[in-house]
Design a protein around this ligand. Structure first.
Ligand code: FES
Length: 275
């Protein structure tokens, strides 16, 4: 029978006989691949829009109004200043805002401490022999997570706004495969954000008694919904992370002419068919 506990001294040493290393190895592969793709896509600054769709990596650009209108000169809040360094693309800015939220997330911390730093590699598995002081020293900044939540909440309306615009092209309402993909992206990121432990605390977790404190049924319902999401936080963390990437890949391939879209404007159409 597999042993799942017990302590032995030494890095990676354990009494466990199950395949405890599968989780950290899969996490390292999954996060590493995502980061590599993001680093490439963020600096590229090309192929970020196709028809009515705009990649969520690049939502700080203006929404295109025609196939040829993919000028990165405009942001939806106005012109980019001329002195703006070209290397700092919108995807970099966008990556920074929710990136701080993800990096400090309680779930991701556990995942990448194990996968990348071996601190420890798994439950009841020996950690790297360094003077670990938890999050009271070098990693004190992790406590800012409750504030990065506000950055993530700010981003949600922007994502929904861009997804809503994908239901209109050339002044005509409609729907396409890309609109559905962008909408699912919003739902998954909402599910991840509202499942946050800090959000759950804000919305009701800090109360000792809902009925004694005269809390409305609506707030209690919101807290229960957040609790449901919170229990599935890891699932939403991965689904939202990879759906975000998939959305960018879909729009990129479409914009490069490698993939058609199915929509109510042109039926099955390639980017060149959008007019
Ligand atoms: S705990 Fe994961 S996002 Fe807050």
């Amino acid at each position: 029978m597999a042993t799942t506990g017990g302590h032995v001294q030494g890095f990676g040493q354990t009494n466990r006989t199950d395949r405890w290393w599968v989780g950290p190895a899969a996490t390292a592969g999954g996060l590493g691949a995502w980061l590599l793709y993001y680093a490439w896509a963020a600096f590229q600054g090309k192929y970020w829009a196709a028809g009515p769709y705009i990649s969520p990596f690049y939502i700080t650009y203006t929404h295109p109004t025609s196939v040829t209108d993919t000028s990165p000169a405009y942001a939806f809040w106005g012109m980019w200043p001329e002195w703006w360094p070209a290397l700092i693309t919108p995807a970099l800015i966008l990556g920074f805002l929710p990136g701080t939220f993800r990096v400090t997330c309680y779930y991701y911390r556990k995942a990448y401490y194990r996968a990348f730093f071996g601190m420890p590699p798994g439950c009841a598995v020996g950690p790297r022999p360094v003077n670990y002081r938890g999050e009271t020293g070098l990693l004190l900044f992790q406590n800012l997570h409750r504030y990065t939540l506000y950055l993530a909440l700010l981003l949600l309306p922007i994502l929904y706004y861009e997804a809503a615009l994908s239901y209109s092209w050339g002044g005509e309402l409609g729907i396409g495969l890309g609109s559905v993909i962008l909408t699912i992206n919003c739902f998954l990121i909402t599910g991840y954000t509202l499942g946050c432990h800090a959000w759950r605390h804000l919305i009701g977790g800090r109360l000792n008694c809902f009925s004694c404190d005269g809390i409305s049924e609506a707030r209690h319902g919101a807290w229960r919904f957040t609790t449901w999401l919170n229990i599935r936080h890891m699932r939403f963390a991965w689904m939202s992370l990879y759906w975000f990437l998939f959305t960018d890949v879909f729009i990129r391939l479409m914009s490069m002419g490698y993939l058609p879209d199915i929509n109510t404007w042109n039926g099955i159409s390639w980017i060149a068919d959008f007019h």
